[in-house]
Design a protein around this ligand. Structure first.
Ligand SMILES: Cc1cc2nc3c(=O)[nH]c(=O)nc-3n(C[C@H](O)[C@H](O)[C@H](O)COP(=O)(O)O)c2cc1C
Length: 196
């Protein structure tokens, strides 16, 4: 892919993402998400990127798990896509905010039933005694909602990352990688290159 630095960063992101999808990159929507807790300790995990919403990178999760707790005390995050077959990395820094209830409910309604049950059952990030006990809870909740539409739990929903910086990294021979950086200014983007 030829990279046009004059383009808007979201346009370039979508082009790259589309390329990753059309070339069959496995789990192209898997995004590493780093948060920092109230004691300044970082942690990282994978979430699924679910599209740009109002020029922000969206994902869905439990609002009471570890990452949500981190976000509550510090909404600065970093996110990363790495597509090895394309030799490409996209780094995002920014702040997160919750999506509207409506957006979360609409997305929740599209999830498979088992994932919906999981969202009701799992106290994400908390200690559990065993997978058997957890499965029992799933079965109970399954019975409770039998034949019914499963509503979006109040403790579950989406976030969007409002980027303050996006870096496109292209792997090149001899480690002379190309790094194209967009840094948010008040009204637009400051563009510059970074040494590999
Ligand atoms: C490929 C992949 C995709 C995942 N997608 C999500 C996701 O979209 N939302 C989510 O809450 N957890 C997702 N997970 C699980 C998280 O990595 C993590 O275990 C979970 O969110 C709990 O993180 P926390 O305890 O730091 O809050 C995914 C894991 C993998 C490996």
């Amino acid at each position: 892919m030829s990279f046009d630095f004059k383009n808007d960063p979201f346009e370039n992101f979508l082009k790259s993402y589309q390329e990753a999808q059309t070339k069959g990159i496995p789990d192209a929507n898997a995004m590493a998400l780093s948060t920092v807790d109230e004691n300044h300790k970082p942690s990282v995990r994978t979430v699924l990127y679910k599209g740009l919403i109002n020029r922000g990178f969206s994902f869905y999760t439990n609002y009471e798990g570890r990452k949500a707790r981190d976000i509550k005390s510090n909404n600065n995050v970093a996110a990363l896509f790495f597509w090895s077959h394309l030799d490409r990395q996209i780094r995002i820094q920014g702040t997160v905010e919750k999506l509207s209830r409506e957006a979360s409910e609409n997305y929740f309604a599209t999830r498979p039933r088992l994932s919906q049950l999981g969202a009701w059952t799992s106290n994400q990030s908390e200690k559990i005694e065993s997978f058997e006990i957890f499965q029992k809870k799933i079965d109970e909740i399954d019975l409770r909602f039998q034949e019914k539409i499963i509503p979006c739990p109040p403790h579950w929903g989406g976030y969007r990352i409002e980027p303050s910086e996006i870096e496109f990294w292209f792997g090149k021979a001899g480690r002379l990688h190309e790094r194209y950086v967009y840094e948010k200014t008040g009204s637009g983007w400051n563009r510059f290159l970074r040494a590999p």
